[in-house]
Design a protein around this ligand. Structure first.
Ligand code: SF4
Ligand code: SF4
Length: 354
């Protein structure tokens, strides 16, 4: 199924382009380990569900082969934990290239095991850094003491060496008011792509907030629809004006926009080191993965899985969002949802108009 990209003006009058799910495009998110040197407030890693082992070198190569398909453009994203903690990451990158993947590494910026010396810029399509604030005052309370300096230092080194550098900024109530100040920083460093993410209540953030609510006196981490729309599209436009390619999740569908579940119309795989393979990222905190890797083969998981939910049609849009975070949905007096929540994998892109 091919969903054409929708070109339009968004709520705030900016030229945002909703990127539909493209026929034949595949995304493989490979968590090679779950260990990390940091402990960010919103971390979604969940060792109870995904284990604490790392894939062996043999598994890394074998599992890449399971998902390789030279007939289809496939984006491979190496993730963790912190993927550069894996001593065989450079091997995995080289093997992924041989298998025809478009390759990205998502790092917290620490780049262990002499990453910048062992990987060549031409082996990677993007080296992506997570940064949650334009300075240490905003970033470090979220990601850890001293992280801003290390991360931006390695970003500058990577740009100098010729890597295509991108940045992921996870928007929460703690940093949304500082998003605009990211634009001059990204321009100064030479960042090419900017991914603005919405905080998801999964993993650690789910554990603390969902069970007990935000700590006394603290705002919830998630931001409202109004706050999101009043900040994110405008900053995306400003970054695009400076030549940066910006991507952010659609989150709220506009009236008349069609809802589609990526589990049905797209090919996304989220691989964890314990062999679980999910098709939907919202399901990752639950043992309902639809696939698993067993003895080097990709097999369907038995029983009730995420796949049983994808085809359920509800007025709220994404069924897993309704089940797992119903407080994100607003209803009118008749009990009808005021807007549909889109699939969390549906993106908007803003690029400078040439
Ligand atoms: S969010 Fe990423 S960098 Fe932060 S603790 Fe979790 S895995 Fe590590
Ligand atoms: S987030 Fe919702 S719409 Fe997207 S794949 Fe999961 S269930 Fe489907």
């Amino acid at each position: 199924m091919d969903t054409a990209a929708v070109l339009g003006i968004d709520d705030m009058g900016h030229r945002a382009r909703t990127v539909g799910f493209q026929t034949g495009e595949r995304n493989v998110f490979f968590h090679v380990l779950t260990a990390c040197n940091l402990s960010c407030k919103h971390c979604y890693i969940n060792p109870a569900q995904h284990g604490s082992r790392r894939v062996s070198r043999e598994e890394m190569g074998g599992w890449l082969e399971l998902f390789a398909d030279k007939q289809k453009k496939t984006n491979l994203i190496f993730l963790g934990g912190e993927p550069s903690l894996h001593p065989d990451l450079a091997y995995g990158i080289a093997r992924a290239r041989e298998l025809g993947f478009t390759v990205t590494v998502d790092s917290n910026g620490y780049l262990f095991h002499d990453f910048l010396e062992r990987v060549r810029p031409e082996q990677l399509d993007y080296l992506s850094f997570s940064l949650d604030g334009p300075d240490s005052e905003i970033n470090d309370p979220i990601r850890g003491e001293g992280v801003f300096a290390v991360c931006t230092g390695n970003m500058r080194r990577a740009v100098e060496l010729g890597f295509n550098v991108s940045v992921i900024y996870t928007v929460s109530s703690k940093n949304i008011d500082h998003l605009d100040r990211m634009v001059p920083l990204l321009v100064d460093i030479g960042v090419k792509r900017f991914f603005i993410q919405v905080i998801g209540l999964r993993g650690k953030s789910a554990g603390s907030e969902r069970q007990s609510g935000p700590a006394a006196g603290e705002e919830p981490l998630q931001v409202s629809r109004e706050r999101w729309l009043s900040v994110v599209p405008g900053v995306a436009e400003a970054a695009a004006e400076r030549g940066i390619h910006v991507t952010y999740p659609k989150v709220f569908l506009d009236a008349g926009e069609k809802f589609e579940c990526a589990g049905l119309v797209a090919e996304n795989y989220f691989i964890f080191p314990n062999g679980r393979v999910y098709r939907c990222p919202l399901c990752e905190d639950h043992p309902i993965n639809s696939l698993r890797i067993e003895d080097g083969r990709l097999v369907a998981a038995p029983g009730l899985t995420e796949g049983n939910f994808f085809s359920l049609t509800i007025p709220e849009g994404c069924v897993m969002n309704k089940l797992l975070q119903p407080d994100t949905i607003a209803y009118d007096r008749q009990g009808r949802p005021e807007f549909k929540i889109s699939c969390c994998l549906l993106k908007q892109e803003v690029k400078r108009q040439l």
